[in-house]
Design a protein around this ligand. Structure first.
Ligand SMILES: Cc1cc2nc3c(=O)[nH]c(=O)nc-3n(C[C@H](O)[C@H](O)[C@H](O)COP(=O)(O)O)c2cc1C
Ligand SMILES: C=C(O[C@@H]1CC(C(=O)O)=C[C@@H](OP(=O)(O)O)[C@H]1O)C(=O)O
Length: 347
């Protein structure tokens, strides 16, 4: 399946066209909407105050409740744009955001309002596409789920078993340890109070992929395929598989995953490799962690440049922003992983 996301945060609508969706899938649109509701802005003081209903409408590729195999187009209308928030900073790029890079790439012609096509808002259609991918995967016995693994150094309990993870994704603040979740929320609110922001990480697992998918080579490597989908999520600045960066602190005797036989099937007793060896799935869950940067738009004064005069200047950003992107990005990371898993399966 290939997808193309369109729209701008302050334009009339955002959406996605999904090509190659298998025909005959009874699409559960309520489930697609449920995924969008998990990501929707304006629900909690730890998130942006922009209020959007994020109701998804299917424009094509669905007939009598089933996918037709033709491009599946989904649209979400924008309604709560405050474009004047961006007028005074039109030519003063926000440090950390896509403003400057986008200005150069589009020669100043980009829709600067609300980050335009660079906005995290464009992850709503990605979430919808991922929700379709999850339903395609379900027919193959594959399930994707994630939790907040850390926010500003406060860590959740390690990834749970499949049943526990199925419970976590239903939570409004998706953590395994609710006590740690409360500490994380306080850290977000404290940063917000100080006109600042915090980042963190999301750990995600894909359960049910069979062993033997992928290849060691460029373009077919399972870790490479996942990374490509994940880095297309704005604010993702790192992706680690299995023990990831912690491998640098281990010895081989600690890092290797011993093989065992369970119900006649070869498994590993640990999963430090994150379900991938040699770029190929080994039958264990594919597990990765995505690092999310602190939200770029903060209201503390920062140094920038006025692109009209070429002079250094101070920028003050006022408006509605997520003091932490991580909680709302959990369904987005799952969506990117679901699309990646389809690619790995050749769907
Ligand atoms: C769900 C989500 C919400 C986001 N909310 C904001 C926000 O409120 N303010 C902001 O400046 N950036 C926000 N971002 C991040 C920016 O869109 C992102 O940092 C920017 O496009 C630059 O991309 P990069 O961080 O990948 O380099 C959000 C991202 C996501 C995924
Ligand atoms: C609207 C969403 O988040 C937005 C993501 C975003 C950014 O720069 O990424 C900036 C803000 O946009 P605005 O200034 O228009 O309120 C966030 O509210 C959303 O995620 O649906």
């Amino acid at each position: 399946m290939r997808h193309m996301i369109f729209g701008e945060s302050h334009g009339p609508a955002i959406g996605v066209v999904l090509e190659g969706v298998p025909a005959g899938l009874e699409l559960d649109l309520e489930r697609v909407q449920w995924e969008l509701d998990r990501r929707r802005p304006g629900k909690d003081p730890t998130a942006t105050a922009r209020k959007e209903a994020d109701r998804v409408e299917v424009l094509s590729g669905l007939f009598a409740g089933k996918t037709t195999g033709a491009p599946l187009a989904m649209v979400i209308y924008n309604s709560d744009q405050h474009s004047k928030d961006y007028e005074s900073i039109r030519y003063i790029p926000r440090p950390g955001h896509g403003d400057y890079a986008g200005f150069i790439k589009s020669r100043g012609a980009q829709d600067y309002r609300g980050g335009g096509h660079f906005s995290g808002r464009l992850t709503a259609p990605l979430t919808a596409a991922g929700a379709v991918a999850k339903q395609v995967l379900a027919r193959k016995g594959v399930w994707v789920g994630a939790h907040i693994s850390s926010i500003y150094g406060i860590c959740d309990a390690p990834l749970g078993e499949l049943e526990e993870m199925k419970n976590v994704v239903n939570k409004p603040f998706p953590v395994l340890s609710d006590a740690k979740g409360e500490e994380m929320r306080q850290a977000i609110l404290e940063a917000k109070e100080q006109q600042d922001s915090v980042g963190g990480a999301i750990e995600c697992a894909v359960y049910g992929l069979p062993a033997g998918l992928g290849a060691p080579d460029f373009g077919c490597n399972v870790e490479g395929i996942f990374a490509q989908y994940l880095f297309a999520v704005p604010a993702v600045k790192g992706v680690d598989f299995g023990a990831g960066a912690a491998f640098s602190l281990m010895r081989g005797s600690e890092a290797n995953d011993p093989f065992a036989v369970e119900d006649g099937r070869v498994v590993t007793t640990t999963n430090h490799a994150g379900g991938v060896n040699g770029g190929i799935t080994n039958g264990m869950p594919v597990v990765f962690e995505a690092t999310i940067r602190p939200t770029p738009s903060i209201s503390l004064p920062q140094q920038s440049v006025d692109l009209r005069t070429g002079e250094e200047t101070e920028i003050e950003i006022h408006g509605r922003h997520d003091p932490c992107i991580v909680p709302r990005a959990v369904p987005v990371i799952e969506a990117a992983a679901a699309l990646a898993a389809c690619a790995v399966l050749g769907i």
